[in-house]
Design a protein around this ligand. Structure first.
Ligand SMILES: Nc1ncnc2c1ncn2[C@@H]1O[C@H](COP(=O)(O)OP(=O)(O)OP(=O)(O)O)[C@@H](O)[C@H]1O
Length: 366
């Protein structure tokens, strides 16, 4: 069972996670036009474990901290606080990144931007293969490049070796990006919205490819998405982020099927059709959620539970104190005061908008 949000990995799971973020925070110092600085609390106290052969989805609105979390796990950023662990061992600050990136690969949204446009597919793969093993001869690298292309269903691989990125479709380019990531034989793939810029018609195939790589080849994966339906389709576990914090996590059928946090409920109900995979654009996703209010500033986030200004169930306590984590069994957990005061049943009793319509403004302190 995958553990999220701070519980010790080896007691909950009986196996050490391949890659973990343990209580990580990332703060950015930004300056305005007149030189005053402020701190953006992009991620705060986030924990997640990635296990071999399993996919964890991170869902949340724009600006909730998903990309920052992936970049922390990829060591593109050092955490302001907390730890990244690989195979259970803390990754030392400033330690060599090359060895790390042979084990942990990050895939971005835009496959065109990820490939060098002046080089053929062969060259793009060859470089990664040489980084993986300097002893490989030219013929062996070519053989492996063909094999990699075929692993991502670009067959026959020979036909793609001499193509330039602009000669490929978006889906084919993203497959080449994945093949290049696999060239270094990583244990972990981090996908930052890897299908959102692809044609709707091929998104399902890409998800199937990611699912196959995880299940059949044992890769541990993080899958960042706005799309609840694709998270439900391909992942094992889901973590929900709101305003830089993790609010709920656990097995996907529990989190998406029976949300235990009002924000997850809002996301699921705002999702155009949780059963139609990959058909919505980023802008349409959570359109209703946006109508219900802007996500908060991460420079001066709301006190207490960050979701309380938008929450139909908010009590005065929600504005005062951060809710503790409540474990709900089977790896499912939530950070919401309703669980602590015996009112958790209310989350599932009605739709989010019906609950919002009934909200008593006097209950919310700010
Ligand atoms: N390098 C940076 N400097 C300053 N602020 C940053 C930086 N990177 C991210 N942020 C801020 O951190 C917050 C979280 O951003 P992040 O990109 O992680 O969110 P996200 O959930 O991935 O959003 P999206 O889905 O739009 O990519 C945002 O307020 C963003 O403006």
């Amino acid at each position: 069972m995958t553990r999220h949000d701070g519980a010790p990995a080896d007691t909950a799971d009986h196996e050490v996670a391949v890659l973990s973020a343990v209580d990580v925070s990332k703060h950015f110092v930004v300056r305005n036009a007149v030189g005053n600085s402020s701190v953006v609390r992009a991620v705060e106290h986030a924990s997640v474990d990635l296990h071999a052969g399993r996919i964890v989805a991170v869902v949340g609105e724009s600006g909730s901290g998903k990309t920052t979390l992936a970049r922390l796990l990829a060591r593109f950023y050092e955490p302001t606080q907390g730890q990244i662990r690989l195979d259970g061992a803390p990754v030392a600050k400033g330690s060599a990144a090359r060895g790390y990136h042979q084990q942990v690969q990050l895939i971005f949204q835009d496959p065109f931007g990820s490939l060098n446009p002046v080089h053929r597919v062969r060259h793009n793969l060859d470089r990664a293969l040489r980084i993986h093993d300097r002893r490989l001869g030219r013929a062996e690298r070519r053989r492996r490049a063909v094999e990699l292309l075929e692993r991502v269903s670009l067959t026959p691989g020979e036909d793609f070796l001499d193509k330039f990125p602009h000669e490929l479709s978006g889906g084919q380019r993203q497959r080449v990006v994945i093949a290049r990531a696999l060239a270094v034989a990583p244990k972990v793939l981090l996908g930052d919205e890897p299908i959102s810029m692809l044609d709707v018609s091929i998104r399902l195939e890409m998800l199937n490819l990611l699912g196959r790589l995880s299940r059949e080849e044992g890769l541990a994966m993080l899958y960042i998405t706005h799309d609840i339906a694709s998270a439900r389709y391909v992942c094992d576990d889901v973590v929900v982020m709101y305003a830089g914090q993790m609010t709920e996590g656990g097995p996907k059928d529990r989190v998406i099927g029976a949300p235990a946090h009002p924000y997850t409920k809002l996301l699921v109900e705002s999702s155009p059709d949780p059963d139609r995979v990959g058909t919505t654009s980023r802008d349409d996703q959570f359109a209703d959620a946006e109508a219900l209010g802007e996500p908060p500033s991460l420079i001066e986030p709301p006190t207490g539970c960050r979701f309380h200004p938008r929450c139909p169930f908010a009590m005065s306590r929600c504005a005062e104190e951060e809710p503790p984590r409540t474990d709900l069994g089977d790896g499912h957990w939530s950070r919401c005061w309703l669980h602590q005061v015996g009112r958790a049943d209310e989350i599932g009793a009605d739709t989010y908008s019906a609950a919002l319509a009934r909200r008593d403004p006097a209950e919310v302190a700010s």
